[in-house]
Design a protein around this ligand. Structure first.
Ligand code: ACM
Ligand code: ZN
Length: 644
């Protein structure tokens, strides 16, 4: 009922003719069908109607055609997957119509754009129950998503039962602290599962087989990820003999025991998961211990490997041969390109899209999941209103606007672009309800990019997402309240006029190359930063900051100030204090204000704090000196130096 009234209200906006537009059509469906033709007439859903399903015709795999007419609904699809997706569309049309609504007479022809439409679940940082995962599979199926990527192993906990290696699940799956940040602060230790208060868990083989079956019934493939050689702190803690020194989070590629372990784990993984692709991680290995480990050094010498990147590549290629020999292929994060890519590997491009484009042009299959658009651990709304997050700002629109088929991709190789995926890392997402909140509605955008043709119309998508949020809520999902979205930082939206705009900035302390924003003109360009420190408007330092604005001539000055960002998850801290001083000659400065920080460095959300003060008198030079927060690795971020 609720949905029906939303649909009518929306229809009124467009046409003013409630009755004619009230009937629901494929134009209201998410993800948007390829082709919808609305005809004269409506089918009332409160009376029984006939549904005829036929496998046949010569449509593309997984496609379907649905005709809604006087006689009821006719569905034809070339395969059972297409029939299943038609069923999802029909189900959604009925949900949108409500119990006593109407379906427009219509013809829908619908074909998926990409074969991989995925969502990643990080069950290492926080263990989630099989019931939780099944609930998400239900949501995915309704959105025509077809890959559940299960991040089963990582430093925060091992999650799969493995015969022969009991300490993975008796020890490496448990930790004393529940919150990830508390666990890290406590030294990132593991504990016995029987210890009082042990937090964690693992899946038995039977539970995983059951999950795979549940997914398959919904035409969803579960791709398991076994991380190697990095992100393996829990493995090394349980079995130090497969590390270089017993310390560090990487396994040792110099030792045969490592390969025995990995092959045994992969054997058992492939027994449980029938997926064609087996994810072997490959990201962010520190490789630090490898330089000094006698086994690693010997391996490099024996195999003629010139550096530790090639040593990682040796491991990945050797594992690829093993997986290939068992009739499967590997998929890995884009670091598997470093030191030479494994020949049959699928690349999951996450550090931007360049690695993906390069791999595509070399003929590799690629899944696009760039951090700036597809990482939904970033905040989706104004951070002060959001739960704690890792940092960044990726609202629904940013996900939606992403187009994976970039101009740099050779058209001849475009068929290797297999699809896209949303990744939710859950370091800071403790609760199941928080995870759902992060997934939905952003996963709708992933579904639409993966399924629908590439034309963009955010207003239309937003209209459908709002209504679909209602359907999700009625089914018990904790979705982000899109109707109440606050949006980007207001200061970001309008250029700021001020007296220092266009003035030269003298950098006594150079900004980081990585966070250079617009270079030397950035801090006086009137363009203020948004909620994301990576939006190209924030400049970053890993040192104290000493900047002087040269106004060009002596003039009256009433105010000076600068905004700094705090984003604990991104290691960005507010300065301890900021000193503002003025000068007429650039040599002798008079201190006019010293502003101290009053924000707790562990405050878990992103915020922007203005360090500003009234000034009286005349000046040509205004100097800002910011004292770095003493926390190790702390960055300072500034978007503009404002003088009036
Ligand atoms: C990753 O985000 N480290 C794949
Ligand atoms: Zn080693």
């Amino acid at each position: 009922m609720e949905f029906k009234s939303v649909v009518i209200a929306t229809a009124m906006l467009f046409s003013g003719s409630v009755m004619a537009e009230a009937a629901v059509s494929g134009h209201d469906v998410l993800p948007r069908p390829t082709k919808v033709e609305v005809k004269q007439g409506e089918l009332k859903v409160d009376k029984p109607f006939k549904i005829v399903r036929k496998v046949g015709g010569k449509g593309a795999p997984s496609s379907y055609k649905m005709i809604v007419g006087k006689r009821g609904v006719d569905i034809v699809a070339p395969d059972s997957v297409g029939l299943f997706y038609a069923e999802q569309t029909l189900q959604q049309l009925q949900e949108l119509a409500g119990a006593d609504g109407e379906l427009a007479f219509q013809v829908i022809e619908d074909t998926p754009r990409f074969p991989h439409r995925g969502v990643m679940f990080d069950v290492s940082r926080h263990f989630r129950s099989i019931d939780f995962l099944k609930k998400q599979l239900d949501a995915m199926a309704a959105l025509k998503l077809n890959v559940m990527h299960l991040h089963l192993t990582d430093g925060a906990g091992w999650r799969m039962e493995v015969d022969g290696y009991p300490r993975l699940t008796e020890y490496a799956a448990w930790r004393p602290q529940r919150r990830w940040a508390d666990w890290v602060a406590g030294g990132a230790k593991y504990c016995d599962r029987n210890q009082q208060g042990a937090y964690g868990g693992y899946y038995t083989k039977q539970e995983l087989r059951d999950l795979v079956k549940y997914a398959a019934e919904r035409h969803i493939t579960v791709i398991p990820e076994i991380e190697m050689p990095g992100h393996s702190d829990e493995v090394v803690a349980a079995y130090p003999e497969i590390s270089c020194t017993g310390k560090g989070g990487d396994v040792c590629p110099g030792k045969e025991a490592t390969f025995k372990f990995l092959e045994s784990v992969l054997d058992q993984t492939m027994e449980i998961f029938p997926s064609g692709l087996i994810h072997i991680g490959g990201d962010e290995a520190a490789k630090g211990e490898w330089h000094n480990c006698p086994d690693c050094i010997k391996r490099m010498k024996d195999e003629g490997l010139k550096d530790v990147d090639e040593l990682q590549s040796y491991l990945i290629k050797r594992i690829e041969r093993y997986v290939n020999a068992h009739g499967r292929n590997i998929i890995g994060w884009d670091e598997i390109l470093d030191g030479g890519v494994a020949p049959n590997a699928t690349v999951m491009s996450w550090r931007g899209t360049q690695a993906g484009v390069r791999s595509l042009n070399e003929g590799h299959d690629v899944i696009m999941t760039p951090v700036g658009c597809c990482y939904i651990d970033y905040a989706q709304d104004a951070p002060f209103r959001e739960p704690e997050s890792i940092g960044g700002y990726t609202p629904l629109r940013k996900v939606y606007d992403y187009e994976p088929l970039e101009p740099g991709i050779d058209p001849e190789k475009a068929s290797h672009l297999k699809g896209i995926q949303a990744n939710l890392w859950v370091e800071r997402v403790t609760e199941d309800s928080h995870a759902e909140y992060m997934y939905y509605p952003r996963v709708y955008a992933i579904a639409e990019i993966g399924w629908s043709t590439p034309e963009k119309n955010y207003d239309d998508f937003h209209r459908r997402a709002l209504v679909y949020n209602g359907i999700m809520k009625s089914k018990g999902y904790n979705v982000f309240n899109l109707a109440d979205e606050y949006g980007e930082r207001p200061e970001y939206k309008t250029p700021l006029e001020h007296q220092a705009r266009g003035a030269k900035v003298i950098y006594a302390t150079p900004y980081s190359k990585k966070y250079s924003a617009n270079g030397d003109t950035s801090l006086t360009d009137g363009a203020l930063g948004g909620w994301s420190h990576g939006d190209g408007r924030w400049q970053g330092w890993t040192t104290d900051v000493d900047l002087t604005v040269d106004l060009g001539k002596i003039m009256p000055v009433h105010y000076a100030g600068a905004s700094f960002m705090h984003s604990e998850g991104a290691w960005i801290q507010l300065p301890e204090h900021v000193t503002i001083s003025v000068s007429t000659d650039g040599v002798t400065f008079k201190e006019v204000a010293r502003i101290a920080n009053d924000v707790d460095p562990t405050y878990p959300k992103i915020m922007v704090k203005n360090y500003g003060a009234p000034v009286s008198g005349e000046a040509r030079f205004v100097r800002f000196q910011a004292k770095q927060n003493p926390r190790p690795g702390a960055w300072l971020f500034i978007d503009e130096l404002v003088v009036n």
